[in-house]
Design a protein around this ligand. Structure first.
Ligand code: ADP
Length: 684
């Protein structure tokens, strides 16, 4: 905030506090609290929160929906800014339970906006996207009252949303929309942030010239603002782009400015970042020793901040520096540090993810409860109205029938009793039916959950195994290098080679398990497209070029169809089966033949080889995970390829099987329904 703005803010707060002294009515007090909260936000978030909490209490006491709403908005904004997500989510649920009672469109837009922000923080991108879209929708329908700065804000958030998902070009489009909303030049801070965001996004897509242009624009505008940390951040972005363009001298200039700015506001995180990049530039200039001392400075500063991500980057660079100097013992030291900090970052990330999932789950539960209550309320209203109407009719009837109606009345009573009996019966049956339906749904849900959990487990386990394994391989390389000029027995070298070989084998295994768990039907639904299998086959054959050349194999292919599927999956499938046909083959010239037929609306693809064949007793088993019929010395492999193929075909509602005998070659059959592929897959 500039000096003038600070002064203005202080006067406003002072006035409000004064007003509070003389306020007697609760509503007036709540209003003053709300205005105070707004005045404190965002410079003093804690104070803003405490005032909004008081306002909330008063408003809730009076069942005052509008003020409750306004207080909740500030509370969610505040806790979101403080990154206290559980509390923000708690207040968001309260907001969602009352927002339907609010008719003012601008308030509704506001609630969608804050909803979007919280969901974005919870990484629930779909919900965040829907919320921001709903907000824009309201602005479009109410152009009179909509504020341009708010609209630009929403576009900016949509940009952030896409950026976080890695959809960089969409992010760029939204940031540009934010910039182009007319009459928003008052909001300089947002403009700078948007230009800066554009700069870093173009950097991500490696368009360094544009990255430089936007970051420089941001820098130019930022000279007028007092948020020095933001300015330093922008300098670093400019430097990043310059460095990528090979303009090293200018990079160093920008970094020096960034460093002195960061120092002036005591922002050690930014300082460490700037120094690390500085060291990298100096290293690129060929001066290893200065690069080393700068990296160490950067490390010392970073260690005061506890920002592990930066410390990790520095270790990584120090490891590379010492490694390039052939200083094995220091390289080893930093590699060890790198491994341990990477592990601790991993476990922190996991804990965070667990926490986020928990909040998400709770938010969804309250949301569902709100929906249910709302539906019930509506239903009750309808019933009451209907009852009222029927009461009137009854009254009229009674009047009409008058005295002579006694028998009719008795008749009616009897009928009513009978009706009631009937109703009771129907109700009982319905309840029974509902209960059994619920049981079934619950069992289904449990099954789905446990399946999904299993797949997630396989994914997480293999994903997490990758990083320690990479570390093992790095260490083995280090040991090997350290022993290169030392006289040791051949057996030790042999053990080392064996260990490395096994580590690489494990790497392949993990990679395969990861691939297997990635093929779940959900992602398949999203990535389904029209695939020309002829193109996919050509690509598969290209990828197998090396083994085809080495074995002298002949591949013969008939014309294949275009189907609704996922092209990457089919590429994997062709590669696995054709690769196997060449691998499990002792002929002087291996031969693989691919044929196709459309039979009764079913695509039948066959892949036939002249290889070693498979004993019929194993025809089912070879499609299971890890099932192999040979040792690794005979034929290399992990036993996962065919399991992957089976999953791919099953997800399309199809089947895969084999006809073969020992020494008779093998034919793999694949059948896929040609019509309604999607429905069949869903039903399966
Ligand atoms: P991998 O090839 O990695 O071992 P797969 O799942 O692809 O795993 O295959 C499982 C097993 O089935 C193989 O180990 C091999 O024994 C057998 N097999 C697969 N394809 C063929 C084939 N075309 N001819 C003979 N045996 C095969």
């Amino acid at each position: 905030m500039s000096l003038a703005a600070t002064a203005q803010h202080n006067v406003k707060v002072y006035d409000l506090l004064n007003e509070l002294k003389y306020a007697t009515q609760d509503t007036a007090k709540a209003d003053i609290m709300l205005n105070l909260a707004k005045a404190y936000f965002p410079t003093d978030v804690d104070k803003a929160i405490s005032k909004a909490e008081l306002a909330l209490m008063i408003a809730q006491n009076h069942q005052d929906k509008i003020r409750t709403f306004d207080a909740l908005i500030i509370l969610i904004e505040g806790y979101h800014k403080k990154q206290a997500l559980p509390t923000a989510a708690k207040y968001l649920s309260q907001l969602q339970s009352i927002k339907n009672a609010i008719s003012d469109p601008m308030r509704r837009a506001q609630s969608y906006g804050i909803e979007g922000k919280v969901f974005l923080a919870l990484q629930d991108f779909e919900k965040a996207h829907n919320a921001f879209k709903a907000q824009l929708d309201i602005y479009e329908r109410n152009t009179q009252s909509a504020n341009n700065i708010d609209i630009a804000n929403t576009y900016f958030e949509l940009g952030e949303l896409n950026y976080l998902q890695g959809a960089f070009y969409d992010a760029i489009a939204f940031y540009n929309k934010a910039l182009n909303v007319p009459n928003t030049s008052d909001d300089v801070q947002r403009r700078i942030e948007t230009l800066n965001a554009l700069g870093r996004t173009y950097f991500q897509v490696k368009d360094y010239n544009r990255a430089l242009q936007y970051s420089s624009d941001a820098q130019y505008l930022s000279e007028s603002i007092s948020d020095k940390a933001l300015v330093a951040n922008i300098y670093i972005n400019v430097a990043n782009a310059l460095f990528a363009l090979g303009r090293n001298a200018e990079t160093i200039d920008k970094l020096t400015s960034a460093e002195s700015l960061a120092e002036s506001v005591n922002d050690n995180q930014l300082l460490a970042k700037a120094k690390l990049l500085h060291a990298k530039v100096i290293y690129a200039n060929g001066d290893i020793n200065t690069a080393l001392s700068l990296s160490n400075e950067s490390l010392a500063v970073a260690r005061t901040t506890n920002k592990k991500v930066i410390i990790k980057d520095i270790y990584e660079f120090l490891y590379a520096l010492y490694d390039s100097k052939n200083d094995v013992s220091n390289a080893h030291l930093y590699l060890k540090e790198l491994v341990s900090i990477r592990d601790s970052l991993n476990s922190e990330e996991q804990a965070k993810q667990v926490n986020i999932n928990k909040i998400r789950f709770e938010t969804e539960a309250t949301e569902a409860e709100n929906q249910r209550l709302l539906a019930q309320q509506l239903e009750n209203q309808v019933t009451i109205q209907r009852q009222k109407a029927s009461n009137y009719i009854l009254l009229a009837l009674l009047l009409l029938v008058g005295a002579g109606g006694y028998s009719l009345y008795q008749n009616l009573n009897r009928k009513k009793a009978y009706n009631r009996q009937l109703e009771d019966e129907v109700k009982k049956r319905t309840e029974q039916l509902e209960a059994s339906n619920e049981d079934m749904a619950r069992a289904n849900k449990l099954l789905e959950q446990s399946n999904a959990e299993l797949e997630r487990f396989a994914y997480i386990a293999s994903h997490d195994l990758k990083s320690p394994l990479r570390n093992i391989i790095s260490f083995l390389n280090l040991i090997e290098r350290k022993l290169r000029n030392v006289h040791i027995g051949n057996d030790i070298r042999e053990y080392l080679r064996f260990a490395t070989e096994n580590a690489w084998q494990m790497n392949t295994l993990i990679q395969d398990v990861l691939e297997f768990s990635r093929i779940d039907s959900e992602t398949l639904e999203q990535k389904r497209e029209k695939v020309d299998l002829n193109d996919t086959l050509v690509l598969a054959i290209q990828n197998l070029q090396e083994s085809i050349r080495e074995s002298g194999a002949e591949i013969i292919a008939a014309k294949l169809p275009i189907i609704e599927a996922n092209s990457v999956h089919f590429l994997q499938l062709f590669q696995n089966i054709i690769g196997n046909g060449i691998k499990y083959n002792q002929q002087a010239q291996p031969k693989v033949e691919i044929n196709y037929q459309l039979l009764n609306s079913t695509h039948i693809i066959t892949i036939k080889d002249n290889g070693i064949g498979i004993d019929p007793q194993y025809h089912e088993q070879i499609f299971e995970m890890f099932k192999r019929l040979h040792t690794r010395d005979e034929y290399k492999g992990t036993g996962i390829g065919l399991a992957i193929c089976k999953k791919i075909i099953q997800n399309l509602g199809g089947k895969i099987w084999i006809e073969s005998d020992i020494n008779q070659g093998s034919t793999f059959f694949i059948s896929i329904p040609s019509e309604n592929t999607q429905e069949v897959a869903l039903a399966a």
